[in-house]
Design a binder for this molecule. Sequence first.
Ligand SMILES: [Zn+2]
Length: 354
Amino acid sequence: MTRPMLKTALPRTWREREVLQFGAVAERAVLLDGVRPAVSAFLDLVDGSRETEQLLAEGERLGVGSGPARELLGSLARAGLLDDAGAQQALGPLPAPYRRRLAPDLASLSLVHPEPGAAPALLAARGSAAVQVRGAGRVGAAVAALLAAAGVGVVEVVDRGRVAAGDCTPAGVPPQDVGRLRTTAAREALRRAGAGTAPAARAGTPQLVVVAPRDGTAGLAADPAQGRQLMRAGVPHLYTCVVEHLGLVGPLVLPGAAACGGCATLHRGDRDPAWVRLVAQLCSDGAARARTPACDTALAGAVAGLAALHVLMLLDGGRPPSVDGVMELSAADGMVRRLRMPLHPDCGCAWYGG
Ligand SMILES: [Zn+2]
């Protein structure tokens, strides 16, 4: 670590005399005991403006002692309270407005990934990531805009046709774009959300595809041909949609290493023996589909937010709960549930090497 800095995302409060609490959320808060006035003055200097050796000299000057000051820095780092201001160099090539806009995201990353210096490296990596979103409806356009706003370098939206009034939401394509090409309207929504400001990004094969069909029924019954193509290419992909009163996020498919869209169809077939016959009709027979597909605006926004969060978790090296599962959000009761959806023994998708 070059320049230690107490995490700026954590508020500091005195719990008792000489007991300092870092963080307001009780379950995650960290307590530091024995914070005498000299130690408190020392902590005020741990702000990223000094090298470690300079800080130790300050500890000596304040009467803390350089040995105890070194131990204190060590325990602060182990408790996840320290950042490395020097690591922010990873963001050096990014323009200042981009960095200012993403400062709260960086602060959040510093809490989720507590090792000193991890957050700037992850934010820089997002800037060079490429994600493709298939579908520019209420869910798809909003997922894409959120990913661009969160610093993903390249977000591409793929769809056909022109914007219909029912496609519009404040998080995605606005009502004044009705009648324009969906891809053009989505591209402009991305630009408004901050896309194209990360210079490191290069267009190319996406690292991840979000499958967000406008017609939610298509999301419930994953298109096998599309699934096979993504599995063969080894591209992780997340299914998400709103169907009737339910929002679905998942499965997030890691080819060969987690359940795929075909597994989800087989699991649904296990619960409902007629499912395969119903899916065939829903996929092939337009007359079988709802004439006015339901899609609650707020539900679509919540689904888009959750889907974007899971995509970012994966890009940042985590394993979101939509891997081997489906998150189900209900407009009827406002609850979020996770349905377990492991690899299905009859699917055979584990043969696609991950
Ligand atoms: Zn499968």
